[in-house]
Design a protein. Structure first.
Length: 255
């Protein structure tokens, strides 16, 4: 499996990151994509990548919850890194209407700037869109060109929203919410395009059932994979193979 979204550089892992990575490998995870948050997360993320080459993979972007009136300074730092070296993706970027709507105009501006970078550097984008899915799909539709690809992380929308996303040549990141009893994903997941599904945990957040409420970690990815396989009435092995192929294709991990 490929873990396509885990913040394992976060404070929650500072005491046992080596054990967390060991459990990840024991669970069959081949690579972990680490979406950046803002300037404060870069050093820890880079250190993990350096210590675990080819296993922990850094991205570079500005999370919408870190967008405020001084967001241009954050983007300046991000752009500096993008000009310095390669990253597997631009992100985590996007929009968020859950915590605070104050800076939504700035979030949209930051989104557009990062999309331009994705096109320039030919990298996929990792999209965060909490309580703003339709708005963000509309935004991507307005900016879409043939060279813009990416994933809508933590997808928990409808079949119709999924079809719009797939129609944009984007992928759907399925995580812990997929396993929640009242999420409604049992009705949605069987109707999704299998070749557009990615596996993710969003560690340390949104741990899957039966670990809901605890710290999430990449080794729990198999719980998510098993639930998706159950919903689709297919073998776990087949699901792992297809989602790994999907991740390799989007992030060009075999290049």
């Amino acid at each position: 499996m490929i873990e396509t979204h885990a913040h394992i550089y976060a404070e929650q892992f500072k005491d046992d990151i080596d054990e967390v990575l060991e459990r990840s490998q024991e669970a069959g995870i081949e690579k972990i994509v680490m979406p950046n948050i803002d300037h404060t997360s870069i050093d820890g993320m880079m250190e993990l990548e350096e210590k675990n080459p080819g296993f922990c993979l850094a991205t570079m972007g500005l999370h919408p919850c870190s967008v405020n009136k001084g967001f241009e300074k954050e983007l300046y730092i991000i752009e500096g890194w993008l000009n310095k070296r390669d990253f597997v993706a631009i992100g985590e970027m996007g929009t968020d209407l859950y915590w605070d709507k104050t800076f939504i105009d700035q979030q949209v501006e930051a989104f557009k700037i990062q999309v331009d970078w994705a096109k320039k550097f030919k990298r996929p984008i990792i999209i965060h869109c909490r309580e703003s899915l339709d708005m963000t799909i509309d935004l991507v539709e307005s900016l879409k060109t043939d060279d813009l690809m990416g994933v809508f992380h933590c997808f928990n929308g409808t079949v119709e929203q999924a079809e719009r996303i797939v129609g944009l040549d984007f992928y759907l990141g399925l995580g812990g919410v997929t396993t929640f009893k009242n999420s409604g994903m049992d009705q949605v997941v069987p109707k999704l395009d299998l070749d557009r599904i990615l596996l993710e945990t969003d560690s340390p957040y949104l741990a899957p059932t039966p670990n809901r409420g605890k710290r999430n970690e990449p080794s729990y990815l198999e719980l998510i994979a098993q639930k998706i396989a159950d919903y689709r009435e297919m073998s776990l092995a087949e699901l792992k193979t297809q989602t790994t192929d999907n991740a390799n294709k989007l992030f060009k991990l075999n290049d």
